[in-house]
Design a protein around this ligand. Structure first.
Ligand SMILES: [Cu+2]
Length: 134
């Protein structure tokens, strides 16, 4: 007996990028280009160096996989447990947020100094996680 599971993932990439590339074929002394060449190439550069998107999801008293973020990144914490939790750095005071249960969220800013930051929950000392900044 065979169980075939077909999973069709169709990412809709509807990104049309029209880059006006001026054909730079400078062949010396050959053809004479006719007409008016209106080359207005507007290069819109979107520099996305944002540090968004970092997230910790707490579920079943677990912080999930260790998270690596850029210095100063905004980390969003979502708590899917019914109990409240905190994300509290073990040493120092780099971050300490309280996250309500039942889908509560909180955000904190990751330290600007690269390193590994173990954290815990002040309510449940057996809960541990690690945030890496680099
Ligand atoms: Cu907790």
């Amino acid at each position: 007996m065979k169980a075939i599971q077909a999973r069709a993932a169709l990412p809709l990439t509807a990104a049309l990028l029209l880059v006006g590339c001026a054909s730079g074929g400078g062949s010396p002394g050959a053809s004479t280009a006719q007409g008016t060449a209106t080359a207005s190439a507007t290069a819109t550069e979107t520099t996305t160096a944002t540090t968004a998107g970092a997230a910790i999801t707490i579920k079943d008293f677990d912080y999930g996989a260790p998270l690596t973020v850029a210095p100063g990144a905004v980390v969003t914490v979502t708590n899917k447990d019914t109990a409240g939790h905190t994300v509290t750095v073990d040493d120092g005071s780099a971050f300490d947020v309280n996250v309500r249960g039942n889908g509560g969220t909180a955000t904190f800013t990751a330290p600007s100094l690269p390193g590994t930051y173990p954290y815990h929950c002040t309510y449940h000392p057996n809960m541990h996680g690690t945030l890496t900044v680099k």
